[in-house]
Ligand binder design. Structure first.
Ligand SMILES: Cc1ncc(COP(=O)(O)O)c(C=O)c1O
Length: 288
Protein backbone atom coordinates (compact mmCIF):
# COMPACT_ATOMS: atom_id res chain seq x y z
CA UNK A 1 0.00 0.00 0.00
CA UNK A 2 1.20 3.53 -0.71
CA UNK A 3 2.56 5.62 2.15
CA UNK A 4 1.13 8.79 0.57
CA UNK A 5 -1.75 10.16 2.74
CA UNK A 6 -5.17 9.76 1.16
CA UNK A 7 -5.99 12.89 -0.82
CA UNK A 8 -9.57 13.80 -1.67
CA UNK A 9 -11.20 16.46 -3.85
CA UNK A 10 -14.11 18.53 -2.65
CA UNK A 11 -15.63 21.37 -4.66
CA UNK A 12 -12.48 22.57 -6.35
CA UNK A 13 -9.83 21.66 -3.79
CA UNK A 14 -7.48 18.76 -3.13
CA UNK A 15 -6.99 18.09 0.57
CA UNK A 16 -6.34 15.22 3.00
CA UNK A 17 -9.43 13.02 3.26
CA UNK A 18 -9.72 13.66 7.03
CA UNK A 19 -10.14 17.37 6.32
CA UNK A 20 -12.81 17.00 3.63
CA UNK A 21 -16.30 17.85 4.89
CA UNK A 22 -19.67 19.05 3.64
CA UNK A 23 -22.25 21.27 5.37
CA UNK A 24 -25.10 19.36 7.02
CA UNK A 25 -27.62 20.93 4.62
CA UNK A 26 -26.01 19.21 1.66
CA UNK A 27 -28.84 17.34 -0.04
CA UNK A 28 -26.65 14.25 -0.25
CA UNK A 29 -26.61 14.16 3.57
CA UNK A 30 -30.26 15.17 4.06
CA UNK A 31 -31.96 13.24 1.23
CA UNK A 32 -29.42 10.95 -0.42
CA UNK A 33 -29.99 13.25 -3.39
CA UNK A 34 -27.04 12.44 -5.62
CA UNK A 35 -25.26 9.92 -7.80
CA UNK A 36 -21.86 8.23 -7.74
CA UNK A 37 -19.29 6.13 -9.55
CA UNK A 38 -16.60 3.68 -8.47
CA UNK A 39 -13.71 3.48 -10.91
CA UNK A 40 -10.97 0.88 -10.52
CA UNK A 41 -7.41 1.99 -11.27
CA UNK A 42 -4.73 -0.45 -12.37
CA UNK A 43 -1.07 0.65 -12.54
CA UNK A 44 -2.19 4.27 -12.26
CA UNK A 45 -4.66 3.96 -15.14
CA UNK A 46 -8.42 4.29 -14.68
CA UNK A 47 -10.25 1.25 -16.04
CA UNK A 48 -12.82 1.93 -18.78
CA UNK A 49 -12.97 5.58 -17.79
CA UNK A 50 -15.03 6.66 -20.79
CA UNK A 51 -17.66 4.06 -19.85
CA UNK A 52 -17.77 5.24 -16.24
CA UNK A 53 -18.04 8.89 -17.29
CA UNK A 54 -20.83 8.07 -19.72
CA UNK A 55 -22.74 6.25 -16.98
CA UNK A 56 -22.16 9.20 -14.64
CA UNK A 57 -23.55 11.56 -17.29
CA UNK A 58 -26.58 9.26 -17.70
CA UNK A 59 -27.18 9.13 -13.93
CA UNK A 60 -26.89 12.92 -13.60
CA UNK A 61 -29.28 13.49 -16.50
CA UNK A 62 -31.76 10.96 -15.06
CA UNK A 63 -31.92 12.81 -11.71
CA UNK A 64 -31.70 16.23 -13.39
CA UNK A 65 -28.46 17.45 -11.82
CA UNK A 66 -26.40 19.56 -14.23
CA UNK A 67 -23.09 17.89 -14.97
CA UNK A 68 -20.61 20.15 -13.14
CA UNK A 69 -17.68 19.19 -15.41
CA UNK A 70 -16.93 18.43 -19.02
CA UNK A 71 -15.55 14.98 -19.90
CA UNK A 72 -12.08 16.53 -20.27
CA UNK A 73 -12.31 18.19 -16.87
CA UNK A 74 -13.38 14.90 -15.24
CA UNK A 75 -10.48 13.09 -16.92
CA UNK A 76 -7.94 15.67 -15.77
CA UNK A 77 -9.33 15.71 -12.25
CA UNK A 78 -9.30 11.92 -11.95
CA UNK A 79 -5.77 11.69 -13.39
CA UNK A 80 -4.50 14.20 -10.86
CA UNK A 81 -6.26 12.46 -7.96
CA UNK A 82 -4.71 9.13 -8.96
CA UNK A 83 -1.29 10.73 -9.17
CA UNK A 84 -1.65 12.56 -5.83
CA UNK A 85 -2.55 9.22 -4.25
CA UNK A 86 0.62 7.56 -5.47
CA UNK A 87 -0.54 5.85 -8.69
CA UNK A 88 -0.58 2.03 -8.68
CA UNK A 89 -3.84 0.20 -8.01
CA UNK A 90 -6.65 2.22 -6.44
CA UNK A 91 -10.40 2.54 -6.40
CA UNK A 92 -11.72 6.02 -7.11
CA UNK A 93 -15.04 6.96 -5.51
CA UNK A 94 -16.77 9.94 -7.11
CA UNK A 95 -20.00 11.54 -5.90
CA UNK A 96 -22.11 14.45 -7.11
CA UNK A 97 -25.03 15.73 -5.04
CA UNK A 98 -27.61 18.41 -5.79
CA UNK A 99 -25.75 20.73 -3.41
CA UNK A 100 -26.57 22.75 -0.31
CA UNK A 101 -30.03 24.24 0.30
CA UNK A 102 -32.65 24.62 3.06
CA UNK A 103 -34.40 21.26 3.52
CA UNK A 104 -37.26 21.06 1.05
CA UNK A 105 -38.12 18.14 -1.22
CA UNK A 106 -38.48 20.22 -4.35
CA UNK A 107 -35.36 21.12 -6.29
CA UNK A 108 -33.64 24.21 -4.89
CA UNK A 109 -33.03 27.14 -7.19
CA UNK A 110 -29.47 28.17 -7.83
CA UNK A 111 -27.70 25.54 -5.71
CA UNK A 112 -24.39 24.28 -7.06
CA UNK A 113 -23.70 20.52 -7.16
CA UNK A 114 -21.29 19.24 -4.55
CA UNK A 115 -18.45 17.24 -6.13
CA UNK A 116 -16.49 14.83 -3.99
CA UNK A 117 -13.82 12.32 -5.00
CA UNK A 118 -11.60 10.08 -2.91
CA UNK A 119 -9.19 7.25 -3.50
CA UNK A 120 -9.45 3.95 -1.64
CA UNK A 121 -6.94 1.12 -1.74
CA UNK A 122 -7.84 -1.49 -4.35
CA UNK A 123 -8.25 -4.69 -2.36
CA UNK A 124 -8.00 -7.78 -4.56
CA UNK A 125 -10.52 -10.54 -3.89
CA UNK A 126 -8.89 -13.02 -1.45
CA UNK A 127 -7.33 -16.06 -3.17
CA UNK A 128 -9.50 -18.38 -1.06
CA UNK A 129 -12.68 -16.82 -2.52
CA UNK A 130 -11.38 -17.35 -6.04
CA UNK A 131 -10.37 -20.94 -5.23
CA UNK A 132 -13.54 -21.93 -3.42
CA UNK A 133 -16.12 -19.41 -4.57
CA UNK A 134 -18.53 -17.59 -2.27
CA UNK A 135 -22.02 -18.19 -0.90
CA UNK A 136 -25.04 -16.16 -2.01
CA UNK A 137 -28.64 -16.10 -0.89
CA UNK A 138 -31.71 -15.09 -2.86
CA UNK A 139 -33.81 -12.22 -1.55
CA UNK A 140 -36.80 -10.31 -2.76
CA UNK A 141 -35.75 -7.19 -4.72
CA UNK A 142 -37.34 -4.48 -2.57
CA UNK A 143 -35.79 -1.57 -4.48
CA UNK A 144 -37.40 1.14 -6.61
CA UNK A 145 -38.01 1.22 -10.37
CA UNK A 146 -34.95 3.30 -11.37
CA UNK A 147 -32.22 0.79 -10.60
CA UNK A 148 -30.32 1.83 -13.74
CA UNK A 149 -29.40 5.10 -11.95
CA UNK A 150 -26.28 4.86 -9.81
CA UNK A 151 -27.93 6.70 -6.94
CA UNK A 152 -26.29 7.28 -3.55
CA UNK A 153 -29.66 6.41 -1.91
CA UNK A 154 -28.57 2.86 -1.14
CA UNK A 155 -30.62 1.97 1.95
CA UNK A 156 -32.41 -1.01 0.32
CA UNK A 157 -29.10 -2.34 -1.05
CA UNK A 158 -27.51 -1.97 2.38
CA UNK A 159 -30.36 -3.82 4.11
CA UNK A 160 -30.22 -6.61 1.51
CA UNK A 161 -26.43 -7.01 1.72
CA UNK A 162 -26.59 -7.06 5.52
CA UNK A 163 -29.28 -9.75 5.45
CA UNK A 164 -27.02 -11.82 3.19
CA UNK A 165 -24.01 -11.31 5.47
CA UNK A 166 -26.06 -12.32 8.52
CA UNK A 167 -26.89 -15.56 6.68
CA UNK A 168 -23.18 -16.21 6.11
CA UNK A 169 -23.25 -15.16 2.44
CA UNK A 170 -21.16 -12.71 0.44
CA UNK A 171 -24.03 -11.35 -1.63
CA UNK A 172 -27.79 -11.24 -2.05
CA UNK A 173 -29.06 -12.25 -5.49
CA UNK A 174 -32.27 -10.34 -6.02
CA UNK A 175 -35.50 -11.66 -7.49
CA UNK A 176 -38.32 -9.52 -8.83
CA UNK A 177 -41.52 -11.09 -10.17
CA UNK A 178 -39.77 -14.48 -10.22
CA UNK A 179 -36.76 -13.30 -12.24
CA UNK A 180 -33.18 -12.43 -11.36
CA UNK A 181 -32.37 -8.72 -11.46
CA UNK A 182 -28.84 -8.35 -9.99
CA UNK A 183 -26.92 -8.53 -6.72
CA UNK A 184 -27.13 -5.94 -3.90
CA UNK A 185 -23.92 -4.41 -5.32
CA UNK A 186 -23.11 -6.55 -8.37
CA UNK A 187 -24.50 -7.95 -11.61
CA UNK A 188 -25.34 -11.62 -12.00
CA UNK A 189 -24.36 -14.13 -14.68
CA UNK A 190 -25.26 -17.81 -14.86
CA UNK A 191 -24.09 -20.65 -17.06
CA UNK A 192 -27.08 -22.61 -18.25
CA UNK A 193 -26.54 -25.56 -20.63
CA UNK A 194 -23.05 -24.17 -21.43
CA UNK A 195 -24.44 -20.76 -22.40
CA UNK A 196 -23.49 -17.66 -20.41
CA UNK A 197 -26.65 -15.73 -19.52
CA UNK A 198 -27.19 -12.35 -17.85
CA UNK A 199 -30.39 -10.31 -17.49
CA UNK A 200 -30.88 -7.60 -20.12
CA UNK A 201 -30.24 -3.96 -19.25
CA UNK A 202 -33.24 -1.88 -18.25
CA UNK A 203 -34.57 -0.06 -15.21
CA UNK A 204 -34.37 -3.18 -12.98
CA UNK A 205 -30.59 -3.22 -12.79
CA UNK A 206 -27.47 -1.12 -12.94
CA UNK A 207 -25.69 -1.32 -16.31
CA UNK A 208 -22.45 -2.59 -14.79
CA UNK A 209 -19.21 -1.67 -16.52
CA UNK A 210 -17.80 -5.08 -15.58
CA UNK A 211 -20.97 -6.76 -16.83
CA UNK A 212 -20.62 -5.11 -20.22
CA UNK A 213 -16.97 -6.09 -20.46
CA UNK A 214 -17.79 -9.72 -19.65
CA UNK A 215 -20.43 -9.73 -22.41
CA UNK A 216 -17.87 -8.20 -24.81
CA UNK A 217 -15.20 -10.73 -23.84
CA UNK A 218 -17.63 -13.61 -24.34
CA UNK A 219 -18.42 -12.34 -27.83
CA UNK A 220 -14.78 -11.71 -28.69
CA UNK A 221 -13.80 -15.24 -27.66
CA UNK A 222 -16.84 -16.91 -29.23
CA UNK A 223 -18.31 -18.04 -25.92
CA UNK A 224 -22.06 -18.22 -26.36
CA UNK A 225 -23.69 -15.44 -24.32
CA UNK A 226 -27.30 -14.34 -24.05
CA UNK A 227 -28.78 -11.21 -22.48
CA UNK A 228 -32.23 -12.40 -21.44
CA UNK A 229 -34.47 -12.91 -18.42
CA UNK A 230 -33.38 -15.56 -15.91
CA UNK A 231 -36.32 -17.21 -14.15
CA UNK A 232 -35.72 -18.26 -10.53
CA UNK A 233 -35.91 -21.96 -11.45
CA UNK A 234 -33.14 -21.52 -14.03
CA UNK A 235 -30.94 -19.75 -11.47
CA UNK A 236 -31.40 -22.67 -9.09
CA UNK A 237 -30.35 -25.27 -11.65
CA UNK A 238 -27.49 -23.20 -13.15
CA UNK A 239 -24.14 -25.00 -13.60
CA UNK A 240 -22.34 -21.79 -12.62
CA UNK A 241 -23.23 -18.43 -11.09
CA UNK A 242 -20.93 -15.38 -11.18
CA UNK A 243 -21.13 -11.92 -9.66
CA UNK A 244 -19.45 -9.00 -11.42
CA UNK A 245 -18.44 -5.59 -10.12
CA UNK A 246 -15.59 -3.11 -10.37
CA UNK A 247 -14.21 -4.10 -6.98
CA UNK A 248 -14.85 -7.86 -7.07
CA UNK A 249 -14.25 -8.35 -10.80
CA UNK A 250 -15.77 -11.77 -11.60
CA UNK A 251 -16.54 -13.78 -8.51
CA UNK A 252 -17.80 -17.38 -8.64
CA UNK A 253 -20.78 -18.30 -6.44
CA UNK A 254 -20.54 -21.92 -5.35
CA UNK A 255 -23.43 -22.09 -2.84
CA UNK A 256 -26.87 -20.65 -3.30
CA UNK A 257 -29.27 -20.66 -0.37
CA UNK A 258 -27.12 -23.33 1.28
CA UNK A 259 -27.04 -25.69 -1.74
CA UNK A 260 -24.09 -26.30 -4.04
CA UNK A 261 -24.08 -24.53 -7.41
CA UNK A 262 -23.17 -27.12 -10.09
CA UNK A 263 -20.39 -29.20 -8.58
CA UNK A 264 -19.88 -26.73 -5.75
CA UNK A 265 -16.60 -25.42 -7.21
CA UNK A 266 -15.75 -22.51 -9.51
CA UNK A 267 -16.64 -23.86 -12.94
CA UNK A 268 -14.75 -24.13 -16.24
CA UNK A 269 -16.60 -21.23 -17.90
CA UNK A 270 -15.61 -18.97 -15.02
CA UNK A 271 -11.98 -20.15 -15.30
CA UNK A 272 -11.98 -19.21 -18.97
CA UNK A 273 -13.69 -15.85 -18.44
CA UNK A 274 -11.48 -14.78 -15.53
CA UNK A 275 -8.38 -15.48 -17.62
CA UNK A 276 -9.76 -13.33 -20.48
CA UNK A 277 -10.52 -10.62 -17.93
CA UNK A 278 -7.04 -10.80 -16.35
CA UNK A 279 -5.43 -10.59 -19.78
CA UNK A 280 -7.51 -7.49 -20.50
CA UNK A 281 -6.35 -5.87 -17.23
CA UNK A 282 -2.73 -6.93 -17.87
CA UNK A 283 -2.86 -5.26 -21.30
CA UNK A 284 -4.01 -2.06 -19.59
CA UNK A 285 -1.17 -2.36 -17.05
CA UNK A 286 1.37 -2.83 -19.87
CA UNK A 287 0.08 0.27 -21.70
CA UNK A 288 0.32 2.35 -18.50
C1 LIG B 1 -26.47 -2.48 -7.67
C2 LIG B 1 -25.21 -2.72 -8.43
N1 LIG B 1 -25.26 -3.46 -9.55
C3 LIG B 1 -24.15 -3.69 -10.28
C4 LIG B 1 -22.91 -3.20 -9.90
C5 LIG B 1 -21.69 -3.48 -10.73
O1 LIG B 1 -21.33 -2.35 -11.50
P1 LIG B 1 -19.82 -2.11 -11.97
O2 LIG B 1 -19.40 -3.34 -12.71
O3 LIG B 1 -19.91 -0.93 -12.85
O4 LIG B 1 -19.01 -1.90 -10.75
C6 LIG B 1 -22.82 -2.41 -8.75
C7 LIG B 1 -21.53 -1.86 -8.33
O5 LIG B 1 -21.36 -1.32 -7.29
C8 LIG B 1 -24.00 -2.16 -8.00
O6 LIG B 1 -23.96 -1.39 -6.90
Amino acid sequence: MSSVPSIAWINGRFLPLEEACVPVLDRGFIFGDGVYEVIPVYAGKPFRLAHHLQRLANSLAAVRIDDPHTQDQWQTLIAELIQRNGGGDQSIYLQVTRGIAPRDHRFPEGSRPTVFLMSNPFRPVPESELREGVAAVTLNDIRWEYCHIKSISLLPNILLRQQAVEQGAAEAILLRHGQVTEGAASNVFIVSDHVIVTPPKGDCLLPGITRDLVVELAMEHAQECEERAIPEAELRRAQEIWLTSSTREILPVTRLDGLPVGEGRPGPHWQTMISHYRRFVDDLRRDA
